[in-house]
Design a protein around this ligand. Structure first.
Ligand code: PLP
Length: 223
């Protein structure tokens, strides 16, 4: 193997480089995960991360890639056959759609272009047309990393409310959380969301905040 001097500096949209002080903290010796020190530390982290999401609800920390967090969010809130509304705004929105289909969800994939985030007017139009409330969830990528386009979550929330539709609003915040304004409680979101390796500059770990609204029964619970 050839020797490379210097320091490898990753220059892609994500994962981002982990700051030195975080790297140093990661090199600390292992502590007993059943001991008092760990439980105090874990509670501090679980409490502190609420600030990042701007939520007073519970936050779940889940060790996985962003794709793993997508899957956990889908299988724990929806059931095969459920209909969901997604938007073709870029590469990651398309991958999320593929996963939803593999898991047996019926996806209404609204065609749009890769030059903008999700259009709130389109959300309102699609939901207003769903008179029987068959759509169980509206799923939006907050910041579409492949294009750099951001969806306006507050306006999307307002569009859902104007349509008078009860669908859960799920959002992928994989590359937005910590860098773009995100107000989980105020915007009534359900997030499969992921604070990892992008703006939060950390190792693979996913952070998810359950919804303020009650999801449908989940026969295949698999966290
Ligand atoms: C917006 C967005 N969603 C999902 C993913 C998938 O995350 P991962 O590559 O960790 O599985 C990425 C990865 O860059 C992303 O930027």
């Amino acid at each position: 193997m050839s020797y490379q001097s210097g320091r490898h500096f990753l220059q892609i949209p994500g994962p981002t480089n982990v700051p030195d002080r975080v790297l140093r903290a990661l090199s600390a010796p292992t502590i007993d995960h059943r001991g008092p020190e760990f439980s105090k530390f874990a509670l501090e982290v679980l409490h502190g991360v609420k600030r990042v999401f701007q939520t007073s609800g519970y936050v779940v920390i889940y060790p996985s890639s962003g794709t793993g967090a997508w899957e956990a969010a889908l299988v724990n809130t929806l059931s095969p056959g459920d209909k969901v509304l997604m938007f073709e705004i870029g590469h990651f929105a398309t991958l999320w759609r593929n996963m939803a289909e593999k898991l047996g969800l019926t996806v209404e994939f609204a065609p749009t272009d890769w030059r903008r985030g999700v259009d709130p007017a389109l959300v309102e139009e699609r939901l207003s047309g769903d008179q029987n409330h068959e759509i169980k969830s509206v799923m939006v990528v907050h910041n579409e990393t492949s294009t750099g386009c951001t969806s306006r979550m507050r306006e999307i929330r307002e569009a859902i409310d104007r349509a008078g539709h009860p669908a859960l609003l799920m959002v992928d915040t994989i590359s937005s959380l910590g860098s773009i304004d995100y107000r989980h409680d105020e915007w009534g979101l359900m997030s499969p969301s992921v604070a990892r390796r992008r703006a939060c500059c950390c190792r693979p770990v996913s952070v998810s905040t359950p919804s303020a609204r009650k999801p449908s029964p989940r026969p295949n619970l698999r966290v």
